[in-house]
Unconditional design. Structure first.
Length: 443
């Protein structure tokens, strides 16, 4: 057994080690003195754990837990990433990773879904923004850190994970078994809604987003003149700040896109649009909802404040803070909230989010069977024994026609299921009519 004298000596060296690792502490002399006392208290607690805890203590694990606690006490987005976690984060922004495809946060001490990523297992299973994750693999998420939750949810492709979900407004819990898959790399999807009217969806903001968006616009422009765009940012959890700025820059040719303000002057930045940077002038409608967060809100806020687009949908998530990733010498990293960002009008969206110009709540589609035309609209196809259309004698033209009909059928199905998209298309068509209608002049 150690003597009391040895214990005191150990405590002294532990305290000295911690103090020497912080050569310069910010603040007034009194504040620094208090910090030194707090560090001494930490060292005392660590020593007591090592000496008296019922089982042998893993010191590295305990200190890592203390660091995590320190950061998560600041806000839900600051966290400590161990080397493996930090490496996964870097892979996530550059390439693909295996998981279930959701962005999560901690809201009111409960692990909450910000949004599912389209096309992923979570999206296919019907997870939606605001869902609360109560358990993962039967382990309660109460007091579970974000990084731990992410680590459990990720895994090898084909492996399964069970999550217990509470949908707000519903009394019961639901167990969902999800099969992990590769989360898609491409973040931009496109679809022709009508002649000259293009639908663009950004699922998240990563290193290739701006390049992929330009490709989609260029491809559509080669086929026909673009007369309007619906930009869908619903359930987009955000991503890289620079990609949000560059995407906004495509649709703006002047003015502030976003500004950031932190405690230190060197964290204050302003990002502006550049004239001739691939700018376009067609009418735009942007779709948002409660799952549109962070980088999505930057784009929506910039286009709204510059009156470049009409925002349609529901109020966005309200994440108006900037996280800086700071690498550590041991291969770990710290995700630290360093600034707040503001829209061009100077408004912070933290907590409040972006309020759409036209508020349209999403309505679940009612599935109906195909029925013949009403009795007062009898057409040839409704007559008993009518002749079938046998197509065209021009096989190449017939194939092209069938392909276009298939695409149009998919568009119609999508519009039938999505009332917000239908509203956006109506607004976009109205804007085009207004642009092409000659103004009335009096002589």
């Amino acid at each position: 057994m150690r003597t009391m004298r040895n214990n005191k000596l150990y405590l002294y060296f532990t305290t000295l080690l911690i103090l020497c690792s912080v050569p310069c502490l910010a603040g007034a002399p009194d504040e620094r003195q208090q910090t030194y006392k707090d560090l001494e208290t930490f060292a005392n607690v660590l020593t007591l754990l090592q000496q008296h805890y019922v089982d042998e203590v893993d010191t590295d694990k305990v200190i890592t837990g203390a660091i995590n606690g320190m950061l998560t006490s600041l806000d839900p987005h600051s966290s400590y990433m161990q080397p493996d976690d930090f490496k996964e984060l870097q892979e996530e922004t550059k390439g693909s990773f295996s998981g279930i495809g959701i962005e999560i946060t901690i809201r009111n001490a409960i692990l909450t879904v910000v949004s599912p990523i389209e096309g992923t297992p979570a999206y296919r299973q019907g997870l939606r923004a605001g869902d609360q994750i109560i358990r993962i693999n039967n382990e309660t998420t109460k007091d579970m850190s974000l990084m731990k939750a992410v680590k459990i949810l990720r895994g090898k492709k084909g492996s399964k994970v069970t999550i217990t979900i509470h949908h707000p407004g519903e009394p019961s819990l639901h167990d969902l078994v999800l099969t992990r898959d590769i989360i898609p790399l491409h973040s931009v999807k496109s679809m022709r809604l009508a002649p000259g009217l293009l639908y663009l969806r950004i699922t998240n903001f990563q290193t290739t987003t701006t390049k992929d968006l330009r490709k989609a616009l260029h491809k559509a422009a080669k086929q026909e003149q673009i007369k309007g765009v619906v930009l869908d940012l619903r359930d987009n959890p955000g991503g890289l700040l620079d990609q949000a700025v560059k995407v906004s820059d495509i649709f703006l040719d002047k003015g502030v896109i976003v500004s950031t303000h932190g405690r230190n002057p060197d964290q204050d930045m302003m990002f502006e649009a550049h004239k001739g940077n691939g700018s376009v002038s067609f009418p735009m409608v942007v779709l948002v909802n409660g799952g549109s967060a962070s980088a999505s809100e930057i784009v929506a806020g910039a286009l709204k404040d510059h009156h470049r687009a009409i925002i349609v949908g529901t109020v966005t998530f309200g994440k108006g803070s900037v996280q800086t990733i700071i690498p550590m010498a041991n291969g770990a990293g710290i995700r630290l909230t360093t600034a707040r960002y503001y829209t061009p009008s100077g408004s912070s969206i933290q907590e409040t989010g972006i309020t759409p110009d036209v508020v349209v709540a999403f309505q679940k589609p009612v599935i109906t069977e195909d029925k013949p035309s009403p009795a007062w609209e009898i057409r040839e196809k409704d007559l008993p024994g009518h002749l079938r259309n046998n197509g065209s004698t021009n096989k190449k033209a017939q194939h092209k026609k069938e392909k276009n009909e298939q695409k149009q059928h998919k568009v119609e199905q999508r519009l039938a299921r999505d009332n917000q998209l239908r509203t956006a298309l109506i607004i976009l068509k109205s804007l085009n009519i207004a642009r092409t209608t000659p103004s009335n002049k009096t002589n």
